[in-house]
Design a protein around this ligand. Structure first.
Ligand SMILES: Cc1cc2nc3c(=O)[nH]c(=O)nc-3n(C[C@H](O)[C@H](O)[C@H](O)COP(=O)(O)OP(=O)(O)OC[C@H]3O[C@@H](n4cnc5c(N)ncnc54)[C@H](O)[C@@H]3O)c2cc1C
Length: 384
């Protein structure tokens, strides 16, 4: 029977990042994804924030031009502009990035198993037997440890009897080319309680790609219909007539905050599977890289020493305190469905105190989980 130190289920950003860190540390890693190819069925807009770009060396060719300008629109489409002196965001070319990270994994001798689904696992002395459903056959593989990077609705979390996401919003977007850029690259956020109840509609335009999307609570809207209606409603703001749609993306975004129980002596969770998404902004790329880095450190320590104390630093309880205010604000936003109230809220954002708050939400340097990256410098230096 094939034998590994770690099997990682899911080759999204979390699984790929963790696999390349552990692979470069010399462990025998099997990376599994049910997808045939990683540039298929991408479900993220791919906006990276400045802090991520500073801490993680994302390859330059996988990033679009920098964005410093944000425009916030009220339900009646009154706009408010925010500008930073820095390039705050860059839209990732995610298919290319996943492929490059996969190449790095392969160089680090990570074994790659595409078109393979995780089925279940059983516990044996000194490890686990994991059952995988491949292209032609179902096989059983032995591992010392299991990592669930299998997204918002994680089967691995359930089987490991760890916590599972219970609150999410749904996002859907079109990726377009051929939209002329009128002004600097920008992120446009629309408060639209009908087309994006509980979250936002957005246009992210960096001059090369344009992402037009809506997000909200699935019980309150029909995402694809809302996206089409949103498209129709912004024709006066963006010249979309000559645009060509190259992709439609979508998926669930967990917004209940990082889960409490995310590790035990059989396995742990990273990325969306761990609920590692900012509940307020619904940004998950920065948290997923930070938490995966911590996970790689903790798992390496466990595999080297066999000491389960390694997992004490990998508990959602330690991170949730930072989430309290974001969770509270998420609940507030979710419950304001009256367009008039939202309109008033947007008008209030022009007041100095609240405009500082809006600036902080978009350009603030807060990051979650605030894992001190200097402790992981050696691992990251190897990977970067
Ligand atoms: C529409 C949308 C837009 C977003 N935009 C942004 C943004 O601009 N910026 C930002 O910071 N965050 C954004 N997010 C959130 C962010 O994309 C996610 O938090 C992040 O991509 C999570 O990465 P992940 O690796 O944990 O999960 P995923 O990318 O979901 O990867 C999970 C992988 O597991 C595989 N898998 C699942 N089950 C199995 C199984 N049983 N067997 C084998 N493989 C399996 C899947 O095929 C998938 O490849 C967005 C989310 C959505 C839905």
């Amino acid at each position: 029977m094939e034998e590994y130190d770690v099997i990682i289920i899911g080759a999204g950003l979390a699984g790929l990042h963790c696999a390349r860190l552990l692979g470069r540390s010399g462990f025998r890693i099997l990376l599994v994804d049910r997808k045939h190819s990683l540039d298929q069925s991408i479900h993220t807009t791919g906006i990276f924030v400045r802090r991520t770009l500073e801490d993680f060396a994302i390859p330059e060719e996988c990033l679009g031009p920098g964005i410093s300008d944000v425009t916030l629109y009220s339900p009646s489409r009154r706009s408010m502009k925010l500008k930073s002196e820095h390039q705050e965001f860059r839209i990732g070319r995610m298919g290319l990035l996943y492929d490059q990270y996969l190449t790095q994994c392969l160089h680090a001798r990570v074994e790659w198993s595409p078109e393979t689904s995780y089925l279940n696992h059983s516990v044996i002395p000194q490890g686990l037997i994991v059952r995988l459903d491949g292209r032609a056959t179902t096989k059983s593989v032995r591992t010392r440890y299991l990592i669930g990077a299998d997204g918002a609705k994680s089967r691995v979390a359930q089987d490991l009897q760890l916590d599972a996401n219970r609150e999410w919003i749904v996002g859907v977007e079109d990726v377009l080319t051929g939209v002329p850029l009128d002004g600097p690259p920008g992120l446009h956020c629309f408060m639209d309680p009908v087309r994006a109840p509980g979250y936002l509609a957005w246009v992210a335009h960096d001059g090369e790609e344009t992402h037009i999307g809506v997000g909200g609570y699935s019980s309150m809207f029909t995402p694809v219909k809302a996206l089409e209606s949103f498209h129709d409603s912004i024709g006066n703001l963006f010249a979309l007539k000559q645009a060509k749609r190259i992709e439609r993306r979508g998926g669930r975004i967990p917004v209940g905050g990082v889960l409490r129980r995310i590790a035990n002596n059989r396995g742990l969770l990273i990325g969306d599977a761990a609920g590692a998404v900012s509940p307020l902004t619904a940004g998950g790329l920065d948290p997923c890289l930070r938490l995966s880095t911590l996970a790689a450190s903790v798992v390496a320590a466990y595999l080297e020493t066999g000491n389960e104390d390694a997992f004490k630093s990998y508990s959602g309880e330690l991170f949730r305190a930072r989430f309290a205010s974001r969770l509270w604000m998420r609940r507030l936003v979710a419950n304001i469905r009256n367009p008039l109230l939202l309109e008033l809220g947007c008008a209030a954002l022009r007041l100095p105190l609240l405009s500082a708050f809006a600036w902080h939400v978009f350009f603030g340097r807060g990051s979650f989980p605030d894992v001190p990256m200097q402790e992981h410098r050696r691992l990251l230096a190897d990977a970067n």
